[in-house]
Structures are given as C-alpha cells and as structure tokens.
Design a protein around this ligand. Structure first.
Ligand SMILES: *Cc1c(COP(=O)(O)O)cnc(C)c1O
Length: 398
C-alpha cells in the first residue's frame, strides 16, 4: 500500500499541470465533484467585487458599452471555443443548458431536410435533455426515438431529422464516439446535436474538426464557471445563415436598439442569444476561464486518463473483494473524466466518504461518482480517495 502512496507522490512531482492547483481555492478535503460544480479559482472573487463596485456601482448604465457587458456573450464564447476545438465566432454564452438544448434541437429540425419526422435521442440521456426533446418534438410535429448511442448508425434513416447525444454519459462516465457518430448522422442527411456538459474542459472535443452541426454545454462543471453560470450554444459556421432560433429574443436581432416591430436576426453566433445576459454570473465565468491560459486540452486529457487509471488501480488494490464494481469503461477511448462505481449501499457509503473528507457524489440508487478535474486534482488525492473508500467499505485500515 505504501507502494501506491509513493507512486502517487512521484506522479504528482512529474505532473506539469500540478502547479495549476494553486490557482484554486481548495482545502484538505479531496474534491472529486468538479463534474457537478467546479472549484473556485482564487482570483474570481476580486473580479466579481470589481464588477459590483466599479462597473455596476459607479458606471451603472455606461457599463453596457464601457465595460463590455453587451458583447460579453459572444466574447466569452470565443474564450470557450479553443477548449472545445471551435474557431471563433461560433459560440455564444447565455441561458441554461436546458434552454440551449431547446434552441438547438428545434433549430436542428428547421435545418433538416423537409419531411423528416424523427428525432433520435440518447436513451440514457441526462434527464433534462430528454424532457426538453420530448416537448420540442411535440411542438414541431416530430417523434422521439430513444436509442443507445452505439446503435445510432443502425437507427438512422430517411426519416431522421436530428440526433441529440451526450458526449460523456453523466452516470457511467462512458465517452461516446463523437467523430464517428457525427459522420454517420451527417451521412444520413440529419443534423447532429451534442451535449458537452461532461466533456468540455476534461478532454478534446474537436467540434470543427469532426464537423459537429450544433452543440450545447454548461460551464459550471469542468469549466469552473460557478454555480448556475450560463451555458453555451455552438452553431457551426456553415449553418449560421439558416439557423432559425425558436427563441428569437431582442438581443439576437440584427439591430436590437432599433426596437423594430419585426424580427431580423443578427449574423453569426449572436443569433443564438435571447434576452438580457446575466452579467454577474457571466463575468464570473469569464474571469474563471483565465485558468486556461496556456493550458492545452491534450495535456489535460493525458492527465485525466492517468488519474482515472491510477484511481481504478488503487480501488482494485485496496477495496474489499466484490464491494464495488467499476461501471466506467476500462478502454481509454470510451472513458470520460470520472469513475463510476456500482455499490449496493452507495447512499450511506457516499455520506460516510464525505464525512471523512472525500467528496464525490451519488447517483441513485447504486452509483458512486468520482469526478477527476485535471486542473486541480492530483494523484495523491486519487490514492487517498481510494484508501478512505476501502476503509468505509470495511477493509482493514490501510
Ligand atoms: C449538467 C448537465 C445538464 C444541466 O442542465 P442545466 O440546464 O444547466 O441545469 C444538462 N445536460 C447534461 C448532459 C448535463 O450533464
């Protein structure tokens, strides 16, 4: 066991990303819930204070132009773009992921060829995507077809208008084949819509490279934007001229201050905007993105895989036989940045883990989830989490 502790130390020493941890506000708990709420970067409170006292308190209405508030949604979209492999001008920030799923999916049906009446939806999707998709389908006269992502190629046909998939499954941590599935969807003449909530900031997405049509994602998980920070919408440049939002609010108008009675959409990603942006949380997000300066997503992915490999190895070594079973795939190409373990008494086990300073979360009824954010989680954290887990599960003290 001390062998694994020594290896953890050596891995942390060799880790080029390890100094980034100092950019975050952390304590001596092991925080493995960054896939639900990313940790706070240290410099963000001072920036938020400045927005409140100077930009709002002193400049007031002038800040819409002088402090860059009006253009924040597209400016911050351009900051997220490199992290998800998009060129500038295709991402706009605002609203929740749920609302962006609605915009993207209805717009996808409007981009799809006439006469197609099916929307394929990830059968294991995060619930909100499924609820919204059902409503969007009812409104647009489409039929929902639930499909496991791997079965999408077989389910595609001349009736498929759009396909809504999660890049990484929120429960199991399974990574789906975005390049292959996007290619299949497009070859069938349908529109591919991806939800990146559990992949953006944790692994390369390559939106432009893989020809994704539309995508959405949140910013409070691996992007550390803060509780309820606004989500984003990606509209590939080739679709922007035809992108027809079902929520054409005044801030997506070509000339919002003309206050014209008729709607005429702005060019580009701005077309995905709706109403007045939520400036406070948006500017907290903008500041938090500073931690990405000079950080390559390939290095983040390499560390993520090393961390989850090492955690699985430690669990295997420490945990009593048969108490937990990994649900997360062993193959790297099928793994996101979390480890999910099936455990019969997952509820009380997670409560006890948290009481002992290891914070993961529970997906009822029987899944323990451990998220590994490579920017601030280290190998010693992974080893300690596995050791405490084994103690909680009833192994002799390590
Ligand atoms: C976290 C998450 C959401 C959250 O949606 P909100 O509207 O931001 O609450 C949606 N979809 C997926 C796949 C998620 O993981």
């Amino acid at each position: 066991m001390s062998d694994l502790r020594e290896r953890a130390q050596a891995l942390d020493t060799a880790d080029a990303l390890a100094p980034l941890r100092e950019l975050f506000t952390l304590d001596d708990t092991v925080y493995l819930d960054g896939n639900s709420l990313g940790a706070l970067p240290r410099h963000v409170p001072a920036r938020v204070q400045e927005v409140l006292t100077r930009e709002w308190g002193e400049l007031r209405i002038r800040s819409w132009s002088e402090s860059g508030w009006w253009t924040a949604p597209e400016r911050i979209g351009d900051r997220i773009a490199p992290v998800v492999g998009a060129a500038a001008g295709q991402i706009v920030v605002g609203d929740s992921t749920s609302v962006n799923v609605f915009k993207a999916l209805v717009a996808a049906t409007r981009l799809a060829p006439e006469g197609r009446d099916e929307i394929l939806v990830d059968a294991h999707t995060f619930p909100t995507d499924g609820y919204i998709a059902s409503s969007a389908a009812r409104m647009t006269g489409h039929r929902i077809v639930p499909v496991a992502p791997a079965d999408v190629p077989d389910a595609l046909g001349p009736r498929t208008a759009a396909v809504l998939l999660n890049h990484v499954d929120y429960r199991s941590g399974r990574l789906h084949d975005l390049p292959g599935l996007t290619a299949a969807v497009r070859a069938a003449g349908a529109v591919a819509v991806w939800d990146l909530c559990h992949s953006a900031g944790a692994l390369p997405v390559g939106l432009d490279e893989h020809g994704v049509d539309l995508a959405v994602g949140c910013t409070y998980k691996y992007l550390n934007g803060g509780p309820g920070s606004p989500a984003y919408l990606y509209v590939a440049e080739r679709h922007q001229a035809a992108f027809d939002s079902p929520l054409p609010g005044w801030t997506s108008h070509a000339d919002p201050f003309a206050m014209a009675p008729g709607y005429s959409p702005a060019e580009g990603a701005v077309r995905g905007r709706v109403g007045t942006p939520d400036i406070l949380s948006m500017l907290a997000l903008e500041a938090s993105l500073d931690v990405w300066d000079g950080v390559g997503i390939d290095a983040v992915r390499a560390k993520s895989l090393a961390l989850t490999d090492f955690f699985l190895e430690c669990v295997e070594a420490y945990a009593p036989e048969g108490r937990v079973t990994p649900v997360t795939p062993a193959a790297h190409k099928e793994r996101g940045s979390q480890v999910a373990l099936r455990c019969e008494d997952a509820g009380p086990v997670m409560a006890e883990l948290i009481a002992r300073g290891v914070v993961g979360d529970l997906r009822r009824p029987d899944v323990l989830r451990f998220g590994f954010t490579p920017l601030y989680v280290g190998f010693a954290d992974a080893e300690r989490a596995a050791r405490v887990l084994a103690e909680v599960l009833g192994a002799p003290a390590a």
